[in-house]
Design a binder for this molecule. Structure first.
Ligand SMILES: C[S@@+](CC[C@H](N)C(=O)[O-])C[C@H]1O[C@@H](n2cnc3c(N)ncnc32)[C@H](O)[C@@H]1O
Length: 543
């Protein structure tokens, strides 16, 4: 389908008042307001007086006609109620889309709506290649052109850096680099986890087709907001071709009543099959893909899996079939015990010239292609002299991938991580690559005390790659006291990233904490096309 014509609203870049509304309802509520943001808000309000958004609050169940202005937190569409400017967030509303939304939830100073009917479609429309795109929680923006997706992500980072990071717009202009797009927009994921379920999720219009028993079984992805319902999928365009073949082979046979297989039921806790995890790596000698299939089951009954095993091991890329047994009533994919049903117990992948061994439960960057680019950016920011004289502190090191890629040019790398298995993998990966100047330690970085800095020599470079909540204040205080020359902050959540950058640069006045860093660069990277996720690599230098 042809691209939809754009109109005047498309290039609106200063929509900051929503952040003021939105901020108080997020985990960032405690942030002091940004003078630069307030100044620009004041400037805007002088130009165009509007009724105070706080004086208006739509009722639950109320229908509103809305236009989505941009994408915000979690990729939700940001809209403002006409006349009042009141902020409304809507899942799956895309920029430019005019629609009727029904208010479902009031959240602090904004409301959430669900889309009832699209009146006119969004800008930059493209046909979504995946048949499940409009239901699946994975790819929410597949029908938005890729160019528009990355523009929206870049815009989001810019807004957050100005409003939460308190970087002035002029300064940001000189330090924020254009987002690095992902050249591969499909088949980029090396890991997919599908769930077995006894209740198939159906779109509203097909609910009358609901059947009982086997017909209601599903293997696929949880429908957004439903822990008990699974959207049955026969393919997923994000995974590799061999993984696609395995999924098809399992789908063709697992419901056969003669096999006696049943999905785990989250209510009755009966049933055998919990998850199907597919991981794609690469044979380091041949460069060809190799695949691990991991069945997560509620008990250990290998004879039940035998017929499936026969089918999937006929696919040449399958080199490992694992069985993680999780007997708990919960539905997590981590097994208490792990069995190798076929082939090897791990697969391999290469990243920045190093080899990594990946087992069923070890963490590894899910987009290997883009991780190469991300890690190169991190290396560039770290700016190691290469004489082997500098100490690197790798915080939130996972399986040590970043630290190990830097170890070649460093004197020593010290990595910290909370998950013991990840630390074990990091040590194994160091050994596998003949790296002896790296030490990985298990520990909770949210619980460090005064003595933390005694565990390693003073580093010149700190890499910090926290998960979504960002860094704990204890760690911020530690870094401000440590005063390493450079901090490379890698983030998968630009909101908490902007907050932490502000703390490191400007301190926290209420807590009498002084900042001592200067933000030198902000580089957004798109690791996951069609999803709301945004990665950023930021460089801070000691003032
Ligand atoms: C975004 S991942 C980064 C992993 C690694 N740097 C990489 O690139 O592969 C964040 C890591 O932080 C770890 N983590 C989360 N909370 C932690 C905490 N409180 N203390 C230490 N590590 C933590 C997670 O287990 C995870 O491995």
């Amino acid at each position: 389908m042809a691209t939809m014509p754009s109109h005047g609203l498309r290039h609106v870049t200063t929509v900051r008042p929503w952040l003021r509304n939105f901020r108080s309802a997020t985990t960032l509520a405690a942030l002091p307001s940004s003078p630069s943001a307030e100044d620009s808000e004041r400037a805007e309000s002088k130009e165009k007086p509007k009724p105070k958004p706080s004086s208006y609050f739509p009722k639950r169940g109320q229908s509103l006609e809305l236009v989505c202005e941009s994408l915000a937190f979690k990729g939700k569409g940001l809209c403002k109620v006409s006349e009042t400017g009141f902020v409304v967030m809507c899942d799956r509303a895309l920029p430019g889309e005019r629609f009727i939304g029904r208010v479902t939830r009031k959240k602090g100073t904004y409301a959430e709506v669900t889309k009832v009917q699209t009146l006119s479609p969004h800008w930059d429309f493209v046909d979504a290649p995946c048949e499940y795109a409009s239901y699946c929680g994975g790819c929410k923006t597949q029908s938005l052109s890729y160019e528009a997706q990355i523009r929206a992500k870049e815009h989001q980072v810019r807004e957050l850096m100005i409003n939460f990071g308190k970087v002035s717009p002029t300064e940001l202009e000189s330090i924020m680099k254009p987002i690095v797009p992902c050249d591969i927009q499909f088949r980029y994921r090396n890991k997919m986890e599908f769930s077995f379920g006894s209740q198939k999720w159906l779109p509203k219009e097909s609910l009358h087709e609901r059947q009982d028993g086997i017909e209601n079984y599903a293997l696929g992805l949880h429908a957004p907001g439903f822990f008990d319902k699974v959207l049955n999928v026969d393919k997923c365009l994000l995974q590799s071709e061999p993984a696609e073949m395995v999924l098809a082979a399992v789908q063709q046979s697992w419901r056969d009543p003669q096999l006696g297989l049943s999905p785990f039921d989250v209510y009755s806790h009966a049933g055998f099959l919990k998850h199907l995890m597919l991981r794609t790596g690469r044979n380091v000698k041949t460069g060809l893909p190799e695949l691990m299939v991991n069945f997560v089951t509620s008990s250990y009954k290998p004879e039940l899996l035998k017929p499936l095993l026969q089918r999937i091991t006929a696919i040449p890329e399958v080199v490992s079939v694992m069985n993680n047994v999780n007997t708990s009533v919960g539905n997590t994919s981590l097994g208490e015990v792990e069995y190798t049903l076929y082939g090897k117990s791990s697969i391999t992948e290469t990243l920045r010239g190093l080899t990594f061994q990946i087992s069923a439960n070890s963490f590894f960057q899910t987009n290997t292609h883009q991780a190469e680019i991300l890690y190169k950016l991190i290396e560039d920011c770290a700016g190691l002299r290469g004489e082997g004289s500098e100490i690197v502190l790798d915080l939130f090191c996972g399986t040590g991938t970043i630290g190990l890629t830097l170890a070649r040019r460093a004197k020593h790398v010290y990595g910290y991580e909370i998950i013991p298995q990840a630390i074990a993998d990091a040590c194994l990966n160091a050994e596998l690559n003949g790296i002896r100047n790296a030490t990985f330690v298990q520990g909770d970085l949210n619980k460090i005390d005064e003595s933390f800095g005694n565990n390693f020599p003073k580093p010149e470079i700190v890499i910090s790659d926290p998960n979504r909540p960002g860094m704990h204040m204890k760690l911020i205080k530690f870094l401000l006291k440590l005063k390493a020359s450079r901090i490379v902050y890698v983030s998968c959540n630009p909101a908490t990233c902007a907050r932490d950058l502000d703390y490191l640069c400007n301190g926290v006045v209420e807590k009498n904490i002084k900042g001592c860093y200067k933000l030198k660069s902000v580089q957004p990277v798109d690791m996951f096309p069609h999803t709301p996720h945004i990665e950023c690599v930021c460089l801070l230098e000691l003032c």
